[in-house]
Design a protein. Structure first.
Length: 261
């Protein structure tokens, strides 16, 4: 039995839009939390299984991205927030450094995905297998942040990545329009169609000038009033107006929309 997984393919322009937004949000975080000079170098690519292998992750739930929980991640936050790269043991031994970097990590996660205050990173790291169903699909993105010689790996779920794309504008609904509302200079060609006549192939081959074809419709019956593309506007009766052959609309079909004229 095959199982269909959700997927998402990104166009180059979409990845560029996501990168631009992430770079802007990273700059806000740097302004508030970093004491190192410079900017964050940002690289974005679709998640592959190799991105998960060999790393432990801190999971912030649905609202926050997953962040690598390794020596490089410790070095990234300590170098940028404390001005010096510290090991995990040194951070655990400090009553000040650990909470500061935890707050910095949470602030960065909220900036990257606009996560709410109710979501917090787990105290324990999760394995790659726990994140596999969420982050190994094609819609997930891997983000590499580099600053002050340090690197941080971040995983964005498909929903988090989609939230960074601008919403597509919906086309405006067209109001119904009657024929009399069209601009006077715009001409609309109309056709009056009668019921068809049926002929055998022998009769069709023997047609001559002067032959009369009887239609499957009475002369005083209703005829179809149509646009050239076949859309019916209503029904009409044949008649004479000021000495000229004319049709009188008896029953309109429905209002016409601008897109149909």
């Amino acid at each position: 039995m095959s199982v269909a997984l959700p997927y998402r393919l990104y166009a180059g322009a979409e990845l560029a839009q996501i990168e631009s937004r992430l770079r802007e949000r990273c700059s806000y975080w740097l302004r508030d939390w970093s004491i190192a000079e410079g900017e964050v170098d940002l690289r974005l690519r679709p998640v592959a299984l190799s991105d998960l292998a060999g790393l432990a992750w801190l999971d912030g739930g649905e609202a926050l991205p997953a962040m690598a929980n390794d020596a490089e991640a410790d070095g990234f936050f300590s170098a940028l927030c404390l001005g010096v790269k510290k090991s995990r043991a040194a951070l655990d031994a400090s009553s000040l450094a650990g909470p500061v970097l935890d707050a910095a990590r949470l602030a960065l996660g909220r900036q990257l995905t606009a996560g709410d205050d109710a979501s917090l990173y787990r105290d324990k790291a999760v394995s790659a297998a726990e994140l596999l169903p969420l982050y190994s699909v094609l819609g997930a993105l891997c983000l590499q942040l580099s600053a002050a010689g340090q690197t941080l790996a971040v995983l964005l779920s498909p929903e988090q990545a989609a939230g960074l794309l601008p919403a597509r504008a919906q086309p405006a609904a067209l109001e119904p329009l009657k024929l009399r509302d069209l601009p006077l200079e715009q001409l609309v060609e109309l056709e009056v169609r009668a019921a068809p006549a049926r002929l055998s192939l022998a009769d069709l081959e023997s047609l001559q000038a002067g032959d009369v074809l009887r239609l499957d419709q009475k002369a005083d019956g209703l005829f179809e009033l149509c646009l050239p593309d076949g859309m019916a506007l209503g029904r009409a009766k044949y008649g004479v107006d000021q000495g000229r052959l004319a049709v009188k609309v008896v029953r309109p079909a429905r209002p016409i929309k601008k897109s149909e004229t």
